[in-house]
Design a protein around this ligand. Structure first.
Ligand SMILES: NC(=O)c1ccc[n+]([C@@H]2O[C@H](COP(=O)([O-])OP(=O)(O)OC[C@H]3O[C@@H](n4cnc5c(N)ncnc54)[C@H](OP(=O)(O)O)[C@@H]3O)[C@@H](O)[C@H]2O)c1
Length: 290
């Protein structure tokens, strides 16, 4: 029996929580900002519905075996308030968020306890506790004992857990895809904008900056990544909207710092300028600040 707390019960948090609750041997607590009674997730394998244990006050939380942090990157300080109560001597902490800073985003936690997780589970929230999970998707973790133990939590579920010997390169490849998405968020145009030659060249230039910084950080990234990513955008449904674009449309904060700003910030450590990603971060943050 594993005691598991899920901090953040939005699109991805609700999806993974529903699958964990469905397992016979997990004791799951949801740590939510906005409470709800029924957790209902439409998955490709059917509807998962439950009345989970939900806490809304971090002070009421007790140490568990596993904490899964599934807030947006910009809500890390709110998640930290939960972690202060949920972490005991043997707790592992999985961070299911975008970007490449899963460990440094939580400086108060021993990095050895943290399992960084690359999320590829497309999901949308319709209302608190009411989520549509579009694909079974995957969670990618380092191929080490903690990553293996994390993967075992999902052994009963259709979510694919991928153990990789080079997590850093996988995270930077995902970041390269995500950083190009700034073109959609800035122009408020869906994926089809990548079929426009000027927009495609801007995406490639953002990705080239990402590759230069990622390589300096130790990631292995192929030379043809800009072309293959733009090709991927061109082959996706022309009306599909990425999450940073959706956040901007909804007037929510965006993860621009974790998707673009990070490239400029980490680049500065290596003397690599990344002006396009810096511009994307600044403009998106200013455009969505209130
Ligand atoms: N959705 C996807 O398809 C997808 C795919 C790949 C990766 N990701 C990544 O996965 C991460 C999570 O994304 P998401 O789409 O699940 O975001 P989301 O739907 O916005 O959910 C985030 C959840 O965190 C909650 N939260 C924020 N501060 C909190 C606090 N202090 N205590 C407790 N809960 C708190 C929010 O509460 P409220 O209910 O009050 O808003 C919300 O329920 C992000 O880094 C995202 O980029 C998402």
């Amino acid at each position: 029996m594993s005691a598991i707390a899920v901090v953040g019960t939005g699109a991805v948090g609700a999806s993974v929580a529903a699958w964990l609750i469905a397992a016979p041997d997990h004791d799951v607590t949801l740590c939510a900002r906005t409470p709800f009674d029924t957790l209902r997730v439409e998955t490709p394998d059917g509807v998962l519905e439950s009345q989970p244990r939900i806490l809304t006050d971090p002070a009421a939380a007790q140490p568990v075996d596993w904490v899964l942090v599934v807030t947006k990157t910009y809500d890390a300080s709110g998640a930290q308030r939960w972690l202060d109560h949920l972490i005991g001597p043997d707790t592992n902490v999985a961070i299911l968020q975008n970007g490449v800073e899963h460990r440094s985003r939580f400086p108060g936690i021993d990095p050895a306890r943290i399992v960084p997780v690359i999320v590829d589970i497309p999901a949308e929230r319709r209302a608190p506790g009411d989520v549509v999970q579009r694909r079974s998707g995957s969670l990618t973790v380092p191929n080490d004992p903690a990553g293996t133990a994390f993967a075992a939590l999902f052994a009963h579920s259709p979510i694919d857990t991928i153990l990789t010997d080079d997590w850093q390169s996988a995270a930077w490849r995902k970041l390269a895809i995500n950083c190009a998405g700034a073109v959609n968020a800035l122009t408020l145009q869906p994926s089809g904008i990548a079929r426009d030659a000027e927009a495609a060249e801007l995406m490639r230039a953002l990705i080239r900056e990402c590759i230069a910084v990622g390589r300096a950080e130790g990631a292995t990234l192929p030379d043809d990544l800009p072309d293959s990513i733009v090709e991927g955008y061109r082959n996706s449904p022309p009306d599909s909207i990425n999450s940073i674009h959706a956040d901007r449309l909804a007037g929510r904060p965006t993860e621009a710092d974790a998707r673009n700003g990070v490239i400029a910030r980490l680049g500065a450590r290596h003397g690599i300028d990344a002006p396009l990603n810096r511009m994307a971060d600044v403009v998106l943050r200013k455009a969505t600040s209130r």
